[in-house]
Design a binder for this molecule. Sequence first.
Ligand SMILES: Cc1cc2nc3c(=O)[nH]c(=O)nc-3n(C[C@H](O)[C@H](O)[C@H](O)COP(=O)(O)OP(=O)(O)OC[C@H]3O[C@@H](n4cnc5c(N)ncnc54)[C@H](O)[C@@H]3O)c2cc1C
Length: 235
Amino acid sequence: MRIAVVGARLAGSYASLLLSQIGHEVFLFDGSTEKEKPCGGGVTSKALLRMPWFHENSVPHSEIRRMRMIAADGSMADLPLKHPMHIFSRSRLDSSLREASIRAGARFIPERTARCLQHRGVWLLSTAKGEYEADFLIGADGATSTVRACTIGRFAARDLSLAVGFYLPGAYHTDTVITVFQQEGFRGYLWSFPRVDHSSVGILRWLPETRSAELRRRVSGFIAEHYPEAGGEKR
Ligand SMILES: Cc1cc2nc3c(=O)[nH]c(=O)nc-3n(C[C@H](O)[C@H](O)[C@H](O)COP(=O)(O)OP(=O)(O)OC[C@H]3O[C@@H](n4cnc5c(N)ncnc54)[C@H](O)[C@@H]3O)c2cc1C
């Protein structure tokens, strides 16, 4: 079967890998795969056990043994983890999975899918450079999914959150994930995830209640208070 997978990060690359391994002809589309992502990358021990791919491929990651939770009033609790959590750089993890799917036979098309429609049982996809046909379509193209827009419609703002993140180069509290809760009623949280060569520090809030400038101000304040040694070095 010809299968078009739109979005070549975790979900799309892993689906492409599994489908290619069982003999399907897979086309994997994505026009923007190289960028690091501030969110995601935390994989539980339970999830690792369920995905043999992780045991056969070594992708550098941090091992987390402690979770620190900070309340809005500054009080905090440290929770030791029974089983470690594994924190990956998204660009490294996503590209390793994508390369594995290509080795398994998927054809990676580094282009954004602009349109998809079903005609007489066949999916027709177009990018800026070409037209493609598939028998089956998988949308793995994230919160602003084109596949979703072409099929059942876009998410409404009330179904979305906005996240803003920074990367702090270097290693900080390498065995601890930090979650910071904001004032009561704030639907979201701030996080700091130590990755191998940087920390991902960001904040998320329910979209209708926020603007990116407000989130940037909160996360910058947290970085200045908790990582003074990072100086102005954040990206
Ligand atoms: C703050 C936050 C923290 C999180 N923490 C964790 C965590 O610790 N652990 C965890 O497991 N999950 C976590 N998640 C969830 C995780 O980030 C998502 O589940 C994951 O990123 C989804 O991966 P994906 O491959 O489905 O989509 P995405 O990572 O969103 O990738 C979508 C891809 O589709 C591509 N794309 C978009 N439109 C098109 C198009 N038209 N044509 C072609 N390509 C297109 C984009 O370029 C992108 O590369 C977190 C999420 C947030 C917001």
